[in-house]
Ligand binder design. Structure first.
Ligand code: ZN
Ligand code: ZN
Length: 259
């Protein structure tokens, strides 16, 4: 069974004992043929781009995470568009809003989010959207900025059906991480049951959020199969079918434009 990991942070899982190449090899050995290595700031973007360039089956994005605040280079539309032209850069993000980890006046987060959406439309790349405790503002800004012109994915989705549905109306995909395998995630599991197969993606968001049975340990792309199998059971689908569907969704969203 072949799978893809639609969202991981390979440079962040590297350690003294295991390199990025080791993690990519382990993923390939587990049937995870492709993965998207997601950028969180411009300072570390060169490393993210290098990881993609150096490894078969690894693509990358460019963007600045909504929580990256102090001492970071604030992205401009031109800077993102130029970076997106590098080899194997298939998306803009991760971007979005996170009102959980930061509070107060978050106008700067919203402005940064708008910059990413405009860049994605300019360069014809899809968006990787991170949202936490901010669903209403995320959907409002996606609509105001006409994000349907870029499309994209709601990554590590944890919100309700109305949010999923509003995002899908804008042409977005819904990506589930290991969170959906947690016992406490009943409401999220109900949403995951309803998302049409042609809009479904799976991810690890590694090094965080390892799925059951690795919950609490460091996550890695090789573990995405646990989430895929859980989702298949939940939806009453064969695991091989769900694997195939999420793979073709991944290629439709991220790499169809490259061919
Ligand atoms: Zn995220
Ligand atoms: Zn992430």
């Amino acid at each position: 069974m072949e799978l893809v990991d639609s969202h991981c942070h390979l440079p962040l899982i590297e350690s003294a004992t295991r390199t990025v190449s080791d993690f990519v090899e382990a993923a390939h050995a587990a049937g995870v043929t492709h993965m998207l290595c997601v950028s969180v700031d411009l300072e570390s973007f060169p490393r993210v781009a290098e990881v993609a360039a150096a490894h078969a089956g690894v693509f990358a994005s460019v963007g600045v995470h909504p929580n990256t605040e102090i001492h970071c280079e604030e992205p401009s539309i031109a800077r993102l568009v130029t970076a997106s032209e590098q080899l194997k850069i298939v998306a803009i993000g991760e971007t979005g809003l996170d009102y959980y980890r930061q509070t107060g006046d978050l106008g700067w987060q919203q402005a940064r989010f708008r910059t990413h959406i405009r860049a994605a439309i300019d360069c014809g790349r899809p968006l990787i959207v991170h949202t936490r405790d901010a669903a209403a503002d995320v959907i409002r800004i996606l609509r105001e900025e006409h994000a349907e012109q870029a499309g994209g994915v709601m990554h590590c989705f944890v919100d309700d059906w109305d949010t999923a549905s509003a995002a899908m109306d804008l042409g977005f995909y819904i990506s589930f991480s290991g969170i959906v395998t947690f016992k406490s995630a009943k409401a999220l599991q109900a949403v995951a049951r309803q998302v049409p197969a042609e809009r479904l993606l799976v991810e690890t968001d590694s090094p965080w959020l390892a799925p059951v049975p690795h919950r609490g340990k460091q996550n890695e792309p090789a573990f995405v199969g646990h989430t895929a199998e859980f989702l298949a059971n939940l939806r009453g689908e064969a695991a091989a079918v769900l694997a195939q569907t999420t793979r073709s969704n991944f290629f439709n969203l991220f790499t169809a434009a490259l061919q």
